[in-house]
Design a protein around this ligand. Structure first.
Ligand code: HEC
Ligand code: HEC
Length: 216
């Protein structure tokens, strides 16, 4: 056998081993999370959802949160498509419980175990998270059931390695309080954390620690 073919076989086997070692799914924990829908501020939930989730999940054509492809993601990672998060039971998130929604936002693990590292918000305050969940359940036209399937995420080998090197954040039991807006430094940090400024502006997305941001 020619040496070059041997090298090629070797390279392909190593790549296959590396990719199969990439952990892309995690078993979600069953956590308790209560959202009092009658007491939630739906308008505030809408404002936060459009600011924090809409950038990826809002489709300009359907004018709903039916999901779109993240076109800014380099092709080398594959095709990454933000899900339909309208209330449709199968095409959307109608079958998620409030706790499962809270869990995927904080830890990045979906109810089927998929790790979604680019939308993890481990520090989001309960007040904001509850308002977002209440909005997703509300009768607002943006989230009414739509059976549109925006397509399925398909990672390339490089993309699988990138996801494999990411980790879920741990679930925090107990209240995460929102800083008081009069404390400008703490509130500013809260906004920078949760508006994902570091996701794009830090030196390395892979090494980002969203629980305790510090210069890399
Ligand atoms: C940076 C882009 C981005 C942001 C911001 C974002 N998401 Fe996502 N989200 C995605 C992508 C991409 C997927 C699908 C991943 C996949 O296919 O594996 C997803 C999947 C989900 C899912 C899983 C749906 C399913 O099919 O099981 C939920 C729920 C969700 N997002 C809710 C939210 C909420 C709520 C917010 C705001 C707090 C948010 N997302 C912010 C990109 C984003
Ligand atoms: C999705 C990726 C992304 C996110 C999230 C993001 N930025 Fe940026 N930001 C960019 C890019 C790309 C540029 C450069 C744009 C250009 O050169 O046209 C930029 C430019 C800037 C600039 C101008 C810098 C200059 O040299 O003129 C500032 C300031 C800034 N961002 C602050 C922020 C803050 C604050 C946040 C969070 C609230 C944030 N960005 C979130 C991608 C992002």
């Amino acid at each position: 056998m020619k040496k070059s073919i041997l090298y090629l076989i070797c390279f392909m086997s190593i790549t296959a081993i590396v990719v199969s070692a990439c952990k892309m799914t995690y078993k979600p924990e069953q956590v308790q999370y209560a959202v009092h829908h009658d007491r939630a501020d739906i308008q505030e939930g809408k404002r936060l959802t459009m600011m924090m989730c809409g950038v990826c999940h809002y489709d300009n054509e359907t004018k709903q949160l039916t999901g779109v492809q993240m076109v800014d993601v380099p092709d080398v990672l594959g095709t990454i498509i933000a899900s339909n998060i309208t209330q449709h039971p199968t095409a959307g998130i109608g079958n998620y419980t409030d706790a499962e929604l809270a869990y995927v936002v904080r830890t990045g693990v979906a109810r089927d175990g998929r790790l979604i590292p680019f939308m993890q918000k481990p520090n989001i305050a309960d007040e904001d998270l509850r308002n977002i969940i209440a909005f997703l359940r509300s009768d607002d036209p943006l989230v009414q059931p739509s059976e549109i399937n925006p397509g399925n995420t398909k990672y390339s080998t490089v993309g699988k390695m990138a996801i494999g090197s990411s980790k879920p954040y741990s679930w925090t039991n107990g209240e995460i309080k929102k800083p008081n807006p009069s404390d400008k430094l703490a509130f500013g940090k809260y906004m920078v954390d949760n508006l994902a400024c570091y996701d794009c502006h830090s030196k390395s997305f892979a090494k980002l620690n969203k629980v305790n941001m510090s210069p890399l």
